[in-house]
Design a protein around this ligand. Structure first.
Ligand code: SF4
Length: 413
């Protein structure tokens, strides 16, 4: 078995743990933000509805800012206030409501899981983190812990990006925070720290601290309710004074949680020395030709053709202008010809490449893809018959386009 980590990286003093819990919860009671899912979870007497309300918020909050989520959350809960209501929704409706929130598979999986709870679990949400993770598709360890602690009072910790930052700073953990060794350590720590009488509040307090005080770039250490427990701050305050053994790294190279010897503590960074991550892979560079096909609708208003993407993969099931991924470094003429061929297959009639008007480029950054859309337009005089054997397609007005399940990238186009 690997040797236990050095004590400075742990919370091994019960008195300190107790004091940290008390300070953090008192701060949370004073300073917590009013958020709709918190209000709902606090007043909802029905346990399944409470679990559902927290679940929806947690899925929406993954990789999305709180300020963006609030409006989506309110509209979602108004439209589908219960698991049963969501289970009856169509994927199209889910995608329409989710449009603009990004990471679209989240909405789809939420709905699939709701159907499973209704059809296989008699509408009853699993009550523990273990069962939530085991039984609900799309519910990982973090989401399961959040639902179980906030909705059902299970004393189980959670580790998300905010918690990683706070814990790495509190305990000077400078090894790669995405490595399995560090992540395991952080989960153990979160489980030790969680307050068994108020686990949901404690977990939310730790996350709230990371979101509002212990922020990535300029943490507000002087206002921090747990500053007296923070090893990173202690180390920063020591500055250039003679080394104090318990604020130094454990020893060059042999501690799995200290910064690597090749990247030691940098005093110009202060507490933001922690956490550290291995360098990210650069995003994949892609170029896609897309064509805004326009015709006069029956009332004279312009209409645009949108087509549905495949039901799996990036932006699954969303609608877009007819688009074609391109090989890198194609000449513009070739790009135009390939797009014309692609459109011809859609419309069953010849499309002259020269008739495509180049409008400009739109760049959109997905999490792992740097996508450039080369945008063309084409006005159609007569009617066209779309090939029903191809993906679903439809003509929409501008207003209908904006109400459809289209991605932010397509709205930019
Ligand atoms: Fe974060 Fe500063 Fe508080 Fe430490 S003292 S937990 S670095 S805000």
């Amino acid at each position: 078995a690997p040797a236990p980590p050095p004590a400075r990286h742990l919370f091994s003093d019960p008195a300190e743990v107790e004091a940290l819990r008390g300070n953090l919860l008192a701060w949370y009671d004073r300073c917590k933000r009013d958020l709709p899912w918190r209000a709902l979870a606090a007043i909802e007497p029905d346990a399944d509805r409470r679990g559902y309300a927290v679940w929806v918020s947690e899925i929406m909050l993954q990789q999305t800012q709180v300020a963006t989520v609030i409006d989506y959350y309110n509209r979602w809960m108004q439209k589908w206030p219960t698991l049963q209501a969501l289970a009856q929704a169509s994927l199209e409706e889910v995608n329409e409501l989710w449009a603009g929130l990004g990471y679209y598979s989240r909405g789809k999986r939420l709905q699939e899981a709701a159907r499973k709870v209704v059809s296989e679990l008699a509408g009853r949400m699993p009550r523990t983190a273990e069962d939530l993770q085991k039984l609900l598709p799309g519910v990982g360890r973090y989401t399961a812990g959040a639902i179980a602690s906030i909705s059902y009072g299970q004393a189980t910790g959670v580790v998300d990006g905010n918690v990683i930052r706070v814990l790495c700073r509190l305990r000077c953990i400078g090894a790669d925070s995405s490595s399995p060794a560090v992540i395991d350590q952080l989960w153990d720590m979160a489980n030790v720290l969680v307050d068994s009488s108020r686990p949901g509040d404690f977990n939310q307090a730790l996350m709230e601290l990371g979101a509002t005080v212990c922020v990535p770039k300029a943490p507000l250490c002087e206002e921090c309710p747990v500053k007296q427990h923070c090893q990173a701050r202690r180390r920063k305050l020591c500055g250039n004074s003679p080394p104090v053994p318990d604020v130094e790294d454990c020893g060059v190279g042999d501690c799995p949680l200290c910064p690597p010897a090749s990247e030691p503590w940098d005093s110009s960074l202060g507490v933001t020395n922690f956490p550290r991550k291995a360098a990210k892979k650069p995003p994949r560079v892609m170029r896609t030709a897309t064509c805004v096909l326009e015709r006069r609708g029956c009332h004279g208003a312009p209409e645009y053709l949108i087509v549905q993407r495949p039901s799996s993969g990036l932006l699954a099931g969303l609608w877009e202008f007819p688009s074609l991924p391109l090989a890198q470094n194609l000449q513009e003429e070739k790009e135009r010809e390939e797009l014309a061929d692609h459109l011809q297959a859609w419309m069953g009639q010849p499309v002259v490449a020269k008739g495509l008007q180049f409008i400009g480029e739109v760049i959109h950054i997905f999490s792992h893809i740097h996508q450039t859309y080369a945008v063309y337009s084409l006005h159609l005089d007569g009617d066209v018959t779309l090939d029903p054997a191809l993906s679903p397609s439809r003509w929409v007005t501008e207003d209908e386009f904006h109400a459809s399940a289209v991605s932010t990238a397509m709205k930019k186009v």
